[in-house]
Write a protein of this length. Sequence first.
Length: 394
Amino acid sequence: MQSHRRDRFLSFITGFAILGVTLGTAALIITLSILDGFEQEIKEKVIGFTSHIEVVGFQNIPLAHYRQSLERVRDNVPGVKSIAPYAAKEGMIRSRDAVDGVFLKGIDPSLDVSTARTHLIEGKFLSSASERTSQIIIGRKLANRLNVGVGDKLVVFALPAGQGEALQPRAMQFLLVGIYESGMAEFDDVYAYTRLEDAQKLFQLGDNVTGYEVLVNDINEIDLIAGQVQETLHYPHYTQTVFQLYRNLFSWAELQKKLSPILLSLIIVVATINSIGTLLMFVLEKIRAIAVLKALGATQRLIRSIFILQGLVIATFGVILGNLLAFGFCWVQMKFQLISLPSDIYYMSTVPISLKPANFVLVTAAAMLLCLLTTLLPSRAAAKLDPVTAFRFG
């Protein structure tokens, strides 16, 4: 009866040891998946509203002969995936019910690299230049504030680019053809898109543009390619990478990715230390059995291997269950987006997840290694046990 109670107690503390490894493994995998998701989501959305490399004029002067500049970059700078001109300025947008600020960006629909096309929730994207009606696309938050929907008319006001004419605001009517939502409130609130020629007309740019958006094939070479673009176009062109434009944002994401795994890895450390206590309890409960094995000729290596194997069984069950728990949580969040975020703070509306096999492999290997190391002390204590002393103690 007493032996049965001891076995149940050992099973109970073994279950807790497995649970500790399970929770530690799952927490670290989920954390890495969320941090990777944050980084990937921020990169994709920020690049969608800007580009890998942005070329503007010094002191925001308009850039002339943009078609020739595009050709020079395509011909002389390897690694450029695409380059597109744009014309963008701040203005005011008015509906029948409200007035709000807007950053209107004129793009070429055939060369567009913006995020609005892939995040449309209502209507359609901008049509070709053959359509006479001036079209506009705005974010859902801005549409809600203006109380408008697809098919409504909007008026955009902009100051003329030059001097004279008493700087009278210039107004232009647009047809709302689409509404997008990227989840980044900072952009959805103010960014609006129209065709390049309509923006040039509104801002009185003539055939000039305010900049170019450049996408590269390999983002790891972004600094090198930005330098080559600058050398190709010269003054008054000025190039900046997305990491320079949003340095604070990417620095924050990188800091979170470095610190959070270190802090949460302590959970696994605590769980593996708990395994030491579990194995020591096994040693104390099995002293008589260890003494019998030693009296029958069992070597220290054999005794040590038995308890190391016991520790690895605990680790294996814990790590497998932790992987399954982490995968299940990540899959549910990706599928149903149960956990939401305030988009005006976190640049996205739900917790992002990026499932990478490398995270599972890395955490699994780290947990197994830590559990293996923590079995060495109890197994060593069991192997060093003197059988005569063990029989007396028993």
